[in-house]
Design a binder for this molecule. Sequence first.
Ligand code: PGA
Length: 251
Amino acid sequence: MRKPLVIGNWKMNGSQRSVGQLLDGIAGVANLDIEVAVCPPFVYLAEVAARISGSGIRLAAQTLSEHESGAYTGEVAGSMLADVGCQYVLVGHSERRRLFGETDVRVARQFERARGAGITPVLCVGEDAAERNAGATWQVLHRQLEAIADVAGWEALGKSVIAYEPVWAIGTGATASPAQVQAVQVRVRNLLGSGGGATRLLYGGSVSEANAAELFAQPDVDGVLVGGASLQAEEFMAICRLAVGGSWKPW
Ligand code: PGA
C-alpha cells in the first residue's frame, strides 16, 4: 500500500521565530494517518529536528551536495543531513536546476549521495512551458528519469519518491489538470517496471486547499509537494487533511 505523503518545501523563507510558529500551527498533522515532512532551510534543520522529535513529522532537506565531504565551501553533505535527522531530501528541484546549474548528471550524483547517506531522495522532474508547448513533456521527463537510472539503476529509482513538478506550475497559481497529472504518473510508474507499484509519485506546482482534493482523487497521485501553501499553517493542515481522503492506495 502507498501511504500518502505530503511534503512542505519552505524554500528560502522564515526566521527562527516564524519557523517555531509554523511548527506549532501544523502540530495537528501528527494525528493524521498519512506521512508529513517539512523541508526547512539548512540553518533551521537542527532546531526543527528537535521540535518535531517524537511528533511523527519527518525532516527533509531542500538539496544536498554531490560530493561526500571536504573542501566545498558552502555545501552540505548527505551524511550531515542524516546526522541531524533528515529522512528525505529533495533532489533536482527545478529552481536548483534552473537557477543553480544543476544538470541531470549532477542531480544523479546527488541522488546517489542521498542514498549513500541512508536518506530517501525525492527526485523532482518536470517540463517548462516551452517544452510543454512543443509537446515534449514526456521526452523531458523520460530524459530526467533515465539520467538517474543510468547511474543508480531503475530499482533504486523505484525505491525513491518521485515528484512531478511542471516548472510552469510552480509558484504561478497555474496547475496541471488532475487528468494531465494522472496521465503522466501512469507513464512514470510504467517506466519504473515491476518495482513501480510501490513507488510514491507526488505532484507539485501551486498545490492549495482548493485543488488538493481532486489531485488526491487520482489513483496514481500518492501525495503532494507543497511550496507557498506550506508556509501557511492553516492551509497546509487543510491539504494534509484532504490527503487522508485519498488514503492508502492499493498496488
Ligand atoms: P509552489 O511550489 O507550491 O509554491 O508552486 C512547489 C514547489 O516548488 O515544490
